[in-house]
Ligand binder design. Structure first.
Ligand SMILES: Cc1cc2nc3c(=O)[nH]c(=O)nc-3n(C[C@H](O)[C@H](O)[C@H](O)COP(=O)(O)O)c2cc1C
Length: 333
């Protein structure tokens, strides 16, 4: 858990990751606020190895909520940059998840591969080919801004029923052009986004993609599909996969501690690419088991790090890890 991991030029000091978690605390303009600085800053003070900022919208119409962070305009760079600087100064590596909600976006301007509504949402507009090109361009511009803001890692949100996942899953993609039908066609949009991002994201900084490994539904994505997607992403030069599940139609299915670890393991072994495991993981023992058995390379603790920003400090009560300001709180026995 405390072994560093080097990804490209970025040294990640330990294997604990804070996964992206929406804070619904930016205003309508998507700017970083004091909330974000204190919230992410606390996890950096708590020595989390890699902090990945919440889903940050590449287009205003692609926000998941009215309070999402945004990266659709150059004026948003300065606030993000301040956050990166503070967290990095505490020793954490800092990433950002860039996202487009597709048919599960906030508001009325919904776009998707096909005009199929997510339950409770309006029917989305099916993107035409030139509109797809414009959306891909938004991802490219977001990657440029993430580079300028100084992030160590970029994560493309390809999971949880949002735009990229909507292209990947046959349950939401019924296109008959080159973006629909076969798995090769359904992953075309994702691969175009990856290429566009890579044209702006520095080659020496890691690129990560979050995927929903399975849809848990008849006719949906399976782990076999996801291993194929992972192989294609690896061939494109993606460095890390963050393996989640569900979201295309039903709520995610949380069956118990580490329930998504087998998916991260299957992807790591099947495609030979480093992975992050996530989902109901709270104990140092389970983290150790996952890492020691080579089932994943990183472990993300979501809600556990919301409950306890100092989880890492508590797992290792040693002076060299703890921030100097807190040394007087170290147990003396
Ligand atoms: C408040 C909250 C917000 C979340 N927002 C995001 C998000 O922005 N992007 C994302 O990919 N996952 C998001 N998730 C999912 C988490 O990243 C994580 O995968 C999930 O909580 C399971 O991990 P856990 O059991 O350790 O909490 C969110 C989860 C929570 C609890």
């Amino acid at each position: 858990m405390f072994a560093p991991f080097k990804l490209k030029s970025i040294a990640i000091p330990n294997r604990i990751v804070m996964p992206p978690m929406c804070m619904y605390s930016a205003g309508d303009d998507g700017f970083v606020t004091d909330w974000h600085l204190v919230h992410y800053g606390a996890r950096a003070v708590g020595k989390v190895g890699l902090i990945i900022l919440e889903a940050t919208a590449v287009e205003k119409r692609g926000r998941l909520s009215g309070g999402d962070l945004g990266i659709w305009d150059d004026v948003q760079i300065a606030g993000l940059s301040r956050l990166v600087e503070f967290c990095r100064a505490q020793g954490s590596a800092v990433g950002i998840q860039i996202a487009h909600g597709g048919r599960k976006s906030w508001g009325d301007d919904l776009v998707a591969p096909s005009a199929l509504a997510f339950p409770g949402y309006p029917v989305p507009h099916a993107l035409g080919t030139s509109e797809i090109r414009d959306v891909v361009e938004s991802w490219r511009q977001a990657a440029r801004r993430a580079r300028l803001a100084g992030f160590d890692l970029l994560e493309i949100h390809g999971a949880h029923g949002y735009l990229i996942h909507e292209f990947l899953s046959p349950l939401s993609n019924q296109r008959t052009d080159e973006y629909g039908g076969s798995l090769e066609n359904r992953m075309r949009f994702l691969l175009e986004v990856v290429e566009a991002v890579q044209s702006e994201w520095p080659g020496d900084r890691p690129l990560c993609v979050r995927l929903s490994a399975v849809d848990y539904l008849e006719g949906g994505l399976t782990i076999t599909d996801t291993v194929e997607i992972a192989k294609a992403l690896k061939a494109k030069g993606v460095d890390l996969l963050d393996i989640s599940s569900g979201g295309i139609l039903s709520a995610r299915i949380e069956t118990g501690p580490g329930y998504q670890v087998p998916f991260a393991e299957a992807v790591k072994k099947g495609a030979g690419i480093p992975t992050i495991a996530v989902g109901l993981i709270t104990s140092p023992e389970l983290v150790q088991e996952i890492l020691a058995n080579g089932r994943a390379d990183f472990v993300a603790l979501g809600r556990e790090l919301l409950r306890n920003p100092y989880w890492v400090l508590e797992a290792k009560k040693e002076q060299e890890l703890w921030p100097e300001q807190y040394h007087r709180a170290l147990p003396t026995d």
